[in-house]
Design a protein around this ligand. Structure first.
Ligand code: SF4
Length: 283
């Protein structure tokens, strides 16, 4: 695979100004760096869900699996457990992974599965032309809420910290250098890595004028401190006028689900028999 273009020549249908371009180019640069370091991109698998973000599986020239809505993480889990040698990166949408796929996200964090989950959090269903998602702000007016939403967004960083994620970060598509560092660190982290990326939707939620004056770097924070991470995650609740911290909130080393599974000594015959046993018990 060495030397072949990382961006495919498939026609790109994202809207001009979409933050997905920033994520795509950030990932491309990370993959190019990994290749220069001697890592084979054949050992990298990208899994996407359904939504504007998911087209990234078509636009990056690496192994990929374009999955179902909300189901990136079960697919990624299967890939990682079947071949723990692989680097598995999930690109999810906020509607995709904070709504329909939320249970999968929580349990992958709980298990500390060694995958990287990057949420293209544009805070709107863009592909279906502008319905509100779990992170849309209170009062968001979209196709399904013409009078504005009557519910508060939830804070995905708090959910991830409470669920057991061992790398929790937030980036912004207009801070690409920082975003590159956050995603690369997430990929290199041994454990469940979660990166919430504030992504501009140029068409249905063009929030750059809101984000840009508010974001700041979490330079004074020690990500080894769990309670401090919780406090910093609460500084901005995805609503209101507070400053928005970007960076690594939490980083810790704990045994991963795949490490624990690898310790179970089971030959293929035993594994097949166990699967047969599970299947027959359902009859
Ligand atoms: Fe990007 Fe929004 Fe257009 Fe989708 S609808 S491609 S998220 S700008």
């Amino acid at each position: 695979m060495t030397g072949r273009p990382i961006i495919t020549d498939i026609q790109n249908t994202w809207c001009p100004g979409c933050g997905n371009f920033s994520i795509q180019h950030t990932l491309k640069n990370i993959l190019a760096d990994m290749e220069k370091e001697g890592r084979s991109l054949d050992d990298v698998v990208l899994v996407s869900g359904i939504g504007c973000h998911a087209k990234i599986a078509d636009y990056l020239n690496i192994n990929s699996f374009y999955s179902l809505h909300g189901r990136t993480i079960p697919v990624a889990t299967g890939i990682k457990l079947a071949n723990p040698r692989l680097t598995v990166i999930c690109c999810c949408g906020d509607g995709d992974c904070y709504a329909e796929g939320l249970d999968h996200l929580l349990f992958a964090a709980k298990r500390n599965l060694d995958i990287t989950v990057m949420v293209h959090n544009n805070r709107v269903y863009g592909l279906t032309t502008g319905q509100y998602t779990p992170t849309s702000p209170l009062g968001f007016r979209g196709k399904s809420t013409p009078m504005g939403t009557e519910e508060f967004p939830f804070n995905p960083l708090e959910l991830m910290l409470a669920s057991g994620a061992t790398y929790v970060a937030r980036g912004y598509t207009k801070k690409m250098d920082q975003l590159k560092g956050l995603i690369r660190e997430g990929i290199d982290h041994h454990g469940f890595s979660f990166i919430d990326v504030l992504q501009i939707c140029a068409t249905f939620f063009p929030a750059a004028d809101y984000y840009t004056p508010r974001v700041y770097d979490l330079a004074d924070h020690d990500p080894a401190q769990f309670m401090a991470a919780c406090t910093r995650a609460r500084e901005w609740d995805y609503n209101g006028d507070a400053k928005i911290p970007l960076g690594v909130f939490y980083r810790a080393r704990f045994p991963t689900f795949d490490d624990r599974m690898a310790q179970i000594e089971m030959g293929q015959d035993q594994r097949d028999a166990a699967v047969r046993g599970i299947m027959s018990s359902r009859e």
